[in-house]
Design a protein around this ligand. Structure first.
Ligand code: SF4
Length: 199
């Protein structure tokens, strides 16, 4: 497999290889998407959407109606079916569900994905986030455990410091992985709270 053109071409190849899952989503070979826990639910029991932008609405709130600031949090609601017309619409819907997921995986596959360590990300913070540079290694470990390993479906590729090895990536045969190439703004904001000992 070689990632050559657009996200939709790449998605076509991934589906042909049997990669029918990404995060909490199951991908059908008929241009459909649904929550993976609804994979065996009859389509008539799911709320039908037929346009890719519906993904943005579905992803906005969790089951309890809480806003989802992190699109890769494991809190995607169930009960919907996105039935689209073509692979381009499917790739677009995925972009709404999991921003840049296909691009990042494509770049990783080609060994062109640039990784930024946590320290490098924190070192370039300015203003109210500059204080995150004081985050200790122990605090960083606890922060990553809680926010990334328990609260996010992306797989971390970045190390804490630049001289460490980037984490290995184990890709399941039937899955398109969600990758994290550098600490996101939400993690930086959480780091600030830790350093300032806010609750
Ligand atoms: S830093 Fe990456 S893995 Fe951690 S919460 Fe943010 S997006 Fe998810």
């Amino acid at each position: 497999m070689f990632y050559v053109l657009s996200s939709s071409d790449f998605l076509t190849q991934l589906l042909a290889e049997g990669k029918n899952f990404i995060g909490q989503i199951a991908l059908g070979n008929n241009f459909s998407l649904r929550h993976r826990e609804d994979a065996n639910v009859d389509a008539s029991e799911l709320k039908l959407y037929e346009y890719p932008e519906a993904a943005r609405e579905i992803a906005r709130y969790d089951e309890k109606g809480n806003y989802r600031p992190l699109k890769t949090a494991p809190s995607l609601c169930r009960g919907w079916l996105l039935q689209l017309q073509n692979i381009e619409e499917m790739a677009l819907a995925l972009e709404f569900f999991y921003p840049a997921a296909l691009t990042l995986y494509g770049a990783w596959f080609q060994k062109k994905l640039e990784i930024t360590s946590l320290r490098e990300t924190l070192d370039r913070q300015t203003g109210m986030y500059r204080v995150t540079q004081k985050l200790s290694d122990e605090q960083a470990t606890a922060l990553i455990q809680k926010n990334c390993q328990e609260g996010c479906l992306r797989k971390i590729l970045w190390p804490v410091t630049a001289d460490q090895e980037a984490g290995p990536l184990i890709v399941r045969e039937n899955e398109i992985p969600l990758l994290c190439r550098e600490a996101c703004n939400l993690l930086v904001a959480a780091a600030r709270k830790v350093v300032k000992q806010e609750k």
